[in-house]
Design a protein around this ligand. Structure first.
Ligand SMILES: [Zn+2]
Length: 131
């Protein structure tokens, strides 16, 4: 079993630094995924992370205590007008479509058009939020 590390990777597209916590094997599996959502840079790509990320293999950091999904959601709710998971999104909004990594939706209660951003938690859960 190999050690869990905090890997840093520079995104070649936006220049932001993405971080991934896990073993080297988990990192490689992540890099081989078929699409890529750059959390720090907020862009969505149809090629895998390996195409975009330049991992700093020589200087992995020590693992950190990552927030749970509940903590991430609670934090989003304090910072944004609205936040929720995919199910909550469907209850509150009618999704019109996605463009440039943002979600365009209409609030069911008011009919207002809103543009939501989203992010992934360390556990891979997607949360939408309304800036
Ligand atoms: Zn990026």
């Amino acid at each position: 079993m190999s050690d869990v590390k905090m890997w840093s990777a520079k995104c070649k597209k936006c220049g932001e630094t993405a971080r991934f916590q896990g073993t080297r094997e988990e990192l490689e599996a992540y890099l081989d995924q078929e699409s890529f959502h750059c959390n720090p840079g907020h862009h969505m790509e149809l090629c895998g992370p390996r195409v975009y990320l330049e991992v700093d293999y020589d200087n992995p950091g020590e693992p950190e205590e990552l927030p749970t999904d509940e903590q991430v959601l609670a934090d989003l709710k304090t910072r944004y007008r609205w936040a929720g998971d995919t199910k909550a999104l469907g209850e509150e909004f009618e999704v019109v479509g996605f463009s440039f990594g943002l979600c365009v939706a209409v609030r069911k209660a008011t009919g207002d058009k809103e543009v939501l951003d989203f992010m992934h938690t360390p556990d891979g859960t997607r949360y939408y939020y309304l800036p």
